[in-house]
Ligand binder design. Structure first.
Ligand SMILES: *Cc1c(COP(=O)(O)O)cnc(C)c1O
Length: 469
């Protein structure tokens, strides 16, 4: 399988190189040159497979030529073996034909484990083969950091540095990062906000001289391997609900458009998906596009669903590429406009094409709390605020009651106690067994000033299993 850039100017790469690349050299994102397509019979024959075996069948074409089947199978068995639920991604019924796909049974209790548990293993496998080491420098507002650290903690060939804004992530989220020890794991609290952290990561990619030749790898969802891993659970959910003979709809709590883009790919690979609902919080750039064909940056609002607090959705470029007939020059033009401070609209027929599949809703904090309370009353289930946004959007935007509606349950509610408390749900939430002593564990973290040079100096002093690069 070969991968091409959404801006058309960078060289095509194989899977192995895409795994180790961040952005393409032309500023674009990598996508498969040609998407695999499965027949209905083939998909139907996967019913009842354990999760890791389904994952093998869905992802095999994407790694073809880079990872032999036997090795890939072993990696997948290990990856999904660490999830605490036997079904890995169980479906829970909320209402007639309305289901939550619980994606929070991984080590850090959010769906990001599906991709980052795999990414860590793929990196280590590939680097071992090549005799190379890499450094990861990532920024997090909460969930990505812990999932990346958990995914890479056993990697022999990866040193990971995660920047989080000092005193601005929740205690559960911070402790999920700072209580994991290893000579290759480094938590850095930056005296600044999340944007400052993200800016430092971007600048580190732009000038990598501080790494003395060691390669820098991206762990955010611009990394293709993350998107690839997320395609699998759309197949998994549909197969349990009568697919592919029957079509299924999904409502997806969305920030960077990564998770929902995986659903769009599942459909293009042959899975009958009737409707994809983009569910955003008040940071609603995607909803404004889907409802009014306006992709325009606005100011950032802090919400009760912080993992979706974004101004710009980086993976949206991957959808735009398809909507424009995979014309890289057209995408480069749109993105240039956007960077100059303008927003953009796309031609009417391209927007109409997108709307055949996608609907959207923006849900504010008050509605999020109302939905948590409503679902608790109806079912006794406590939803996390991101999942609640998905439920609200599903109930408002659903096109057909006959088609099963699956809401992606992106996090465990225990990660977001503020929202649950505000919703007035009087049920005590307990940390799962593997995290029950989280609040007693020792923490390790270095506080650094909001200064790129200080961070880069720290990385180069510790980037080789705690020793200088
Ligand atoms: C990251 C995250 C999201 C948003 O996912 P995207 O792929 O960025 O759209 C939603 N919910 C939770 C809990 C998350 O951690």
């Amino acid at each position: 399988m070969r991968y091409i850039s959404t801006r058309g100017q960078a060289p095509a790469l194989n899977f192995e190189d895409v795994l180790l690349a961040g952005l393409a050299t032309d500023g674009g994102l990598y996508v498969p040159e040609c998407l695999p397509r499965f027949t209905q019979e083939e998909i139907a024959s996967w019913a009842g497979l354990p999760y890791h075996e389904l994952a093998f069948r869905v992802m095999r074409p994407f790694v073809a030529g880079s990872i032999p089947d036997a090795d890939f199978k072993k990696i997948l068995e290990e990856t999904y073996g660490v999830f605490s639920h036997n079904a890995v991604a169980p479906l829970r019924q909320l209402n007639g034909n309305e289901w939550v796909l619980e994606l929070f049974h991984g080590p850090t209790l959010a769906f990001k484990d599906f991709a980052l548990q795999l990414l860590g293993r793929l990196l280590d496998y590939t680097l071992e083969k090549r005799g190379e080491r890499v450094v990861i420098v990532g920024a997090t507002s909460g969930d990505t950091g812990s999932a990346a650290i958990e995914g890479c903690k056993h990697c022999e060939n990866v040193d990971i540095f995660i920047l989080h804004p000092h005193n601005r992530v929740s205690e559960v989220q911070r402790r999920q990062m700072t209580t994991i020890f290893g000579e290759n794991i480094h938590n850095i609290a930056i005296e600044g906000n999340f944007d400052d952290c993200q800016e430092m990561v971007k600048n580190s990619f732009a000038d990598q001289s501080f790494l003395k030749g060691t390669r820098l790898v991206a762990v955010n969802s611009i990394n293709w391997a993350r998107i690839m891993a997320q395609i699998v659970y759309y197949f998994h959910a549909a197969l349990q609900l009568g697919g592919p003979a029957r079509s299924v709809s999904f409502s997806v709590p969305t920030g960077n458009f990564g998770d929902i883009f995986a659903g769009y790919l599942a459909r293009n690979m042959g899975l009958p998906i009737n409707q994809l609902i983009v569910a955003t919080n008040r940071n609603d750039i995607l909803h404004r596009f889907m409802s009014g064909n306006q992709y325009v940056k606005e100011t950032l609002h802090a919400t009760l669903s912080p993992s979706m607090d974004i101004m710009v959705s980086s993976n949206f470029e991957r959808l735009l590429f398809d909507l424009h007939g995979r014309n890289g020059a057209a995408i480069a033009g749109l993105m240039d406009n956007f960077k100059q401070g303008g927003g953009f609209s796309v031609e009417q027929e391209r927007w109409t094409e997108a709307r055949k599949l996608f609907d959207s809703l923006a849900v504010d904090d008050a509605q999020t709390c109302e939905t948590i309370a409503e679902v608790f009353e109806q079912t006794g289930e406590v939803l996390d605020p991101h999942t609640a946004i998905g439920v609200k959007a599903a109930r408002e935007c659903r096109r057909s009651l006959d088609i099963p509606m699956v809401i992606l349950g992106t996090a465990h509610p225990v990660k977001f106690p503020d929202a649950v408390e505000k919703a007035g749900v009087g049920k005590a939430l307990e940390l799962p067994a593997h995290l029950s002593d989280l609040f007693e564990r020792e923490e390790r973290c270095t506080v650094l000033p909001n200064d790129l040079k200080a961070v880069q100096a720290f990385v180069s002093q510790h980037g080789n299993r705690g020793k200088p690069l």
